[in-house]
Design a protein around this ligand. Structure first.
Ligand code: FES
Length: 503
């Protein structure tokens, strides 16, 4: 051991690990260097409060803690068991045309999770699945934080983090099926534009600054080594075309997965930190992205957490008392996005706040206790949490209204609303309508579409002609710039109110 080094004993849900670290080193940096997963929403800026550890009986933030001699640390919010969405609408196999019978691999590179599926080309069946948490998460949970980190010298680190994870998952997927180097025919990858840039090792500065124009074009076809940084396999890699810096290939692929019929008028919404939407009616295809903030992913919420076991994912009121459901039925450790949405609806329904989102006394100052935590601590929902949900729901709803307006459609003309992602699967429709996130007229039209980005890649793996459809779609889609749209601010303010005030 070096003279300036010491040991750090790290207790996680899976046991204890001992690592060597320089005295005085930043503890979050030690976790990063040793691939120890911990929530680090703000990427170490000390603002999200997610990287909590207990050391010497005291709760501290890892990103603000220095390594001390023979330190013992317990991680509060380990994220190794994040719920990963691997299913999607339209997942049933369809026999693809064509003569080549070699297997193909579909990959969704999400900001949080990554999923790979092996497709048997002879019958279109999914014959293998591998998934993992995006290793970039410890450098920041959303694309904005990662763009910043990349711009501050972390580009190679982020590139290595995703490539390393992807290569080992790909090798494992192929090994499971006994596939050698030359066997897979091709790979189809979708992800948001930032994820694709980081995967390819491109600078991201242009994605993080006005006018948000991608600096580097993304080609459709790459070699295996271009993308994975390795010659372990020889098949080409196709990236699903994007529309813009903030409407990525994941939305293009998602649209392919959702398509029910040529005459359908529909809306696809992916409610992440960056809410992305696409609306199509015949040849008229519009899309936009709206800065919803991290609340729907449990970020920025006082007792917020990701979708991990113990996260409160449903909240209701029964006889004036809060009733909570957690992921996996574990003891509550925090509230994830869907739970926070439900909690907001309960605040409104139970008279804890008014429609403007102001909590009534005595809750304004201290918040409302909605559950007892695992260690007897209280899980509270605060005024600030309400504001976070309010901003997120208003950004999404204003985006929906503008998409409808620009497309000259009323909500009742929409046949289906596809909600993509894990949040869309867990979201309680009643709560979403009750607080005004979703217009009342769309209530009966909502379908959770799961990991639709992966679903679109699987479609391309079943039939390469779908890549032509993706290309045409990305070309045809017209993006609406919400931040410069004359109605956005008014609609945003209007929908800050909770409830369906406009109906
Ligand atoms: S407060 Fe430490 S990572 Fe955000």
């Amino acid at each position: 051991m070096r003279d300036d080094a010491t040991t750090v004993k790290i207790k996680t849900a899976r046991g204890e690990r001992e690592v060597e670290a320089a005295m005085g080193a930043n503890l979050l940096g030690v976790f990063r260097a040793n691939d120890i997963p911990i929530a680090a929403g703000c990427g170490g800026r000390g603002t999200c409060g997610k990287c909590g550890v207990i050391t010497g009986g005291v709760k501290k933030l890892a990103c603000e803690t220095k390594v001390e001699p023979d330190m013992r640390v317990e991680i509060e919010n380990e994220e190794n068991s994040f719920a990963i969405v691997t299913d999607y609408a339209g997942g049933a196999a369809a026999a693809p045309p064509g003569e080549c019978q070699r297997p193909r691999v579909a990959i969704d590179v999400g900001t949080t999770t990554v999923v790979l599926q092996l497709i048997d080309a002879s019958d279109g069946r999914v014959v293998g699945t591998r998934s993992f948490l995006n290793g970039q998460r410890i450098y920041g949970e959303d694309v904005v934080t990662r763009i910043k980190y990349a711009g501050e010298g972390g580009l190679d680190t982020l590139n290595r983090a995703i490539r390393g994870g992807l290569l080992s998952a790909f090798c494992a997927l192929c090994a499971d099926a006994g596939l050698d180097r030359g066997r897979p025919e091709y790979i189809c990858v979708a992800g948001n534009t930032t994820m694709m840039y980081l995967l390819l090792g491109h600078r991201c500065d242009s994605l993080g600054a006005y006018p948000f124009e991608p600096e580097f074009p993304i080609r459709e076809r790459y070699t295996f080594s271009d993308v994975f940084g390795s010659d372990a396999f020889s098949c080409p890699v196709y990236l699903v075309p994007w529309v813009s810096a903030y409407v990525g290939g994941d939305i293009t692929a998602g649209r392919l997965a959702c398509r029910a019929g040529p005459d359908e008028t529909a809306l696809l919404i992916d409610m992440g930190t960056n809410g992305e939407m696409m609306l199509w009616s015949g040849d008229n295809i519009r899309c936009c992205s709206t800065a919803a903030g991290p609340a729907f992913e449990g970020g920025g919420i006082e007792c917020g957490t990701g979708s991990i076991p113990g996260a409160i994912s449903k909240v209701g009121l029964a006889d004036g008392k809060f009733v909570c459901e957690t992921i996996g039925g574990a003891s509550p450790i925090g509230i994830c996005g869907s739970g926070a949405l439900d909690a907001s609806a309960c605040m409104l329904r139970g008279g804890y706040m008014d429609e403007s989102g102001r909590m009534n006394d005595p809750y304004f100052g201290d918040g409302v206790v909605i559950a007892e935590g695992a260690g007897g601590g209280k899980i509270i929902f605060t005024q600030k949490d309400i504001r976070e949900i309010q901003l997120a729901k208003s950004a999404i709803r204003a985006g929906v209204e503008i998409m409808l307006k620009v497309s000259e459609l009323s909500a009742d003309r929409i046949d289906t609303v596809y909600l993509a992602g894990g949040f869309g699967q867990k979201l309680c429709l009643e709560s979403a309508v009750e607080i005004g996130l979703i217009p009342e007229a769309l209530r009966e039209k909502i379908r959770a579409s799961g990991n639709s980005s992966l679903g679109g890649c699987v479609k391309i793996c079943r039939d390469m002609k779908m890549m032509d459809a993706a290309r045409a779609l990305a070309k045809k889609a017209r993006e609406i710039q919400l931040n410069t749209h004359p109605d956005f601010q008014d609609l945003f303010m209007e929908h800050m109110m909770f409830g369906q005030e406009d109906e």
